[in-house]
Write a protein that binds this ligand. Structure first.
Ligand code: ZN
Length: 699
């Protein structure tokens, strides 16, 4: 629930892009040893582009200034980050691994004409499957279809040697014939009605109609809800995250959890992850970090969710290490009921210089809580342990790769957040890469009302965007409290949208507060308008470039942004706070009164916090359905047409840098080299070869 993804694809100026590059020397180095390690002027961000996707690479400023042990730690954690790749494919859909493997086999063994449409479409489809870790769109959740013919597919499968046909491991990992394989897989890939949606958020049975693999065949939503309701001990003040790390299946004797652990489901991958974590343990920076890794290993070995909570608490308490990581079953966006977590990993280290900014924010957390516009009953008397830092990502894995968040706030368990606080990060080298790649696309000029807005964004777009992310992550998610006896899951399928709305509003409201000026973290009293304008334009119009014609909004972050934008638009009508204006048949957002807009953000924050604190399911449902979901078809069409002229891609993802061990004659590690030259297909094929940890069918 606590992930921020990039708001828009605007072309910010490079003015503040240097922030990310300003990595300061890290622990253990003396001044004399320090080399400048910022983004080289000729660094090439663009890697590949296809369908609605663009692939970028990110630089890792400061890596060369880490100590050898820190570099080793980053290396081992990075290997652990890559070993879980297959888990996510299988979680997303039970046929994903078979499909990826057959496509890769066709792609690498192809001997025919590469100029045919079928072949080109095969390449695009495979690249999309890699990007989405499966056959459903990573963001829209709908299945995307191949552009090549069924016949081409069948011919290619039949031309492969038998040993390249993925085996059926549900029984004995037996070979199945090419004909049988084609029969099973063809409708899964080509028929739009089969497994149409990875995560279905609306309809009668969200489990039965979702194509993810978190629940076995024949399991219904009612059964899942009854199963976990029975498991819950409502008097327990420190409940585990029930069901987080398992697949729920139907057996002769009822529903059973297949736990993801060593010796359980996904064991071959998890054993490899544990192996690398054990190496990481040996080069941990301090005792606390060692404890974090030890507990994580123990959790992977036992599958015990209490141990997972202990790990999460130790992780929150580990504030002194420079290197940090996430590795595990973490976010629940992939399950319409928000119970099962997808596997993900991020390896990073602290950006010491930029972290000063977030430290200022988190040191003042109590001031923000006290001054927020929400009802006193819903405020925290004392805000605990809001730790925030700016990080430099060194490796992405699982559900963070290739599409990645720009901010993270963990852990997700409400009681741990309340009693132990949470760790919040802004990922500046990723934001910086987005910014650099987005410059000069003409996007702002096309969609912004006048030169005034364009120049406002040029001046303050990047810094206020970063600050909004900081406030969202450092303060927003950690603010407020539930009334006693309110079930943390009371908002059900609306909880993610409401939670993101809350965090975004908290950030928006305080972005315009003179407190930020007093704290010296915003350039001047007008700067906030850049983010306000961008947010409103995005929420009312431009984020629709990510939606297919005729479709509604499903994804929770997008729902949250439209919810906010449409609500304040409507409530501001009496005072003409925001309006649509048309010029040369083009629609623009115009903000007439920024002060009143801020007041409206505050009003909505108060209402959203009330809904959350009281667990008001009906209120959540009403506000989401009224404001967040529906798309104005006429405006949508116009936006898509204008966007098309810009030749931009609405989604971006990243290739990872490559690490290589340098060793002396005795085999002792002397350095870890980092390089940035690997291409997209090249990286994906290498990962499939080196980190192919799971059999094709895992149920
Ligand atoms: Zn968030």
């Amino acid at each position: 629930m606590k992930k921020t993804v990039l708001i828009a694809m605007t072309g910010f100026s490079m003015l503040f892009a240097g922030c990310g590059g300003a990595q300061k020397p890290s622990g253990g180095q003396t001044e004399a040893n320090i080399v400048s390690d910022t983004v080289p002027a000729d660094f090439k961000y663009e890697v590949d582009a296809f369908a609605d996707l663009q692939i970028l690479r990110y630089y890792v400023p400061g890596f060369n200034n880490l100590t050898l042990e820190q570099k080793e730690l980053v290396y081992y954690l990075s290997m652990a980050a890559l070993e879980g790749r297959d888990i996510l494919y299988d979680q997303n859909n039970k046929y994903n691994l078979a499909i990826r493997r057959i496509l890769e086999a066709i792609y690498t063994n192809y001997k025919g004409d590469k100029n045919t449409n079928d072949y080109k479409e095969l390449e695009v489809y495979l690249k999309r499957v890699w990007f989405s870790n499966g056959i459903h769109h990573h963001y829209g959740e709908e299945k995307f279809l191949p552009g090549f013919s069924k016949q081409f597919f069948a011919e290619q499968v039949k031309s492969l040697p038998d040993n390249l046909i993925p085996r059926d491991c549900r029984a004995q990992c037996e070979y199945i014939s090419a004909d049988n394989f084609i029969k099973v897989i063809t409708p899964v890939m080509f028929d739009p009605r089969v497994m149409a949606k990875k995560v279905n958020q609306s309809g009668s049975d969200l489990i039965a109609t979702s194509a993810n693999n978190y629940y076995g065949d024949g399991v219904t939503q009612k059964e899942v809800q009854a199963f976990y309701a029975a498991m819950k001990d409502t008097t327990n003040q420190t409940p585990v995250s029930y069901g987080l790390n398992s697949r729920l299946v139907k057996t002769g004797s009822g529903l059973v959890e297949d736990v993801w652990k060593v010796g359980g489901l996904y064991s071959p991958a998890i054993e490899k992850i544990v192996g690398w974590l054990e190496k990481a343990q040996g080069v941990a920076e301090n005792e606390k970090q060692k404890e974090v890794i030890t507990k994580l290993i123990s959790y992977y070995k036992t599958g015990d969710l209490k141990t997972f909570d202990q790990y999460a608490i130790a992780w929150v308490e580990d504030l002194n290490s420079q290197v940090d990581f996430v590795n595990g079953f973490t976010e629940v966006y992939g399950d319409p009921l928000g119970i099962k977590a997808s596997w993900e990993s991020i390896v990073n280290f602290k950006n010491v210089e930029a972290t000063k900014r977030t430290e200022i924010i988190s040191t003042n957390a109590q001031w923000f809580e006290d001054h927020s516009p929400v009802d006193k009953r819903f405020k925290k008397e004392s805000v605990k342990g809001v730790s925030a830092k700016v990080i430099t990502v060194a490796q992405l894995g699982g559900d963070c790769y290739p599409a990645t968040p720009i901010g993270i706030n963990l852990p997700n368990a409400d009681w741990i957040r309340k009693e132990h606080g949470s760790k919040s990060v802004t990922i500046e080298n990723i934001m910086e890469a987005y910014d650099a790649a987005g410059a000069h696309t003409g996007f702002n000029e096309e969609f912004m009302w006048s030169d005034a807005e364009v120049s406002l964004i040029k001046k303050y777009g990047f810094i206020t965007d970063v600050l909004h992310t900081d406030l969202h992550e450092c303060l927003g998610h950690g603010s407020g409290k539930l009334l006693p006896e309110v079930d943390p899951n009371a908002l059900g399928e609306f909880s993610s949208t409401i939670e993101e709305t809350r965090a975004d509003l908290f950030g928006l409201y305080f972005l315009a507060d003179t407190k930020l000026l007093d704290l010296g973290i915003i350039p001047n009293a007008e700067a906030y308008k850049a983010e306000y304008y961008k947010f409103m334009m995005n929420g009312l119009m431009t984020q629709l470039v990510r939606i297919e014609p005729g479709k509604n909004i499903e994804e929770s972050h997008m729902r949250n942004r439209q919810l906010i934008a449409k609500w304040v638009f409507e409530k501001g009508k009496v005072d003409n706070v925001i309006e649509f204006k048309v010029k040369d048949n083009k629609t623009y957002v115009v903000i007439n009164d920024y002060n009143k807009l801020r007041t409206l953000f505050g009003d909505l924050l108060a209402e959203i916090q009330r809904i959350k604190s009281e667990g008001d399911f009906k209120g959540a449902k009403a506000i989401v359905e009224n404001y967040a979901v529906k798309v104005d078809q006429k405006l949508h069409k116009e936006i898509l047409n204008r966007y098309k002229t810009l030749n931009m891609k609405p989604y971006k993802g990243f290739v990872n840098p490559v690490f290589e061990l340098a060793k002396d004659n005795d085999g002792k590690i002397t350095d870890i080299k980092i390089s940035y030259s690997e291409g997209y297909a090249e990286q994906m094929l290498r990962y499939s070869k080196e980190f192919s940890t799971l059999p094709t069918n895992n149920d």
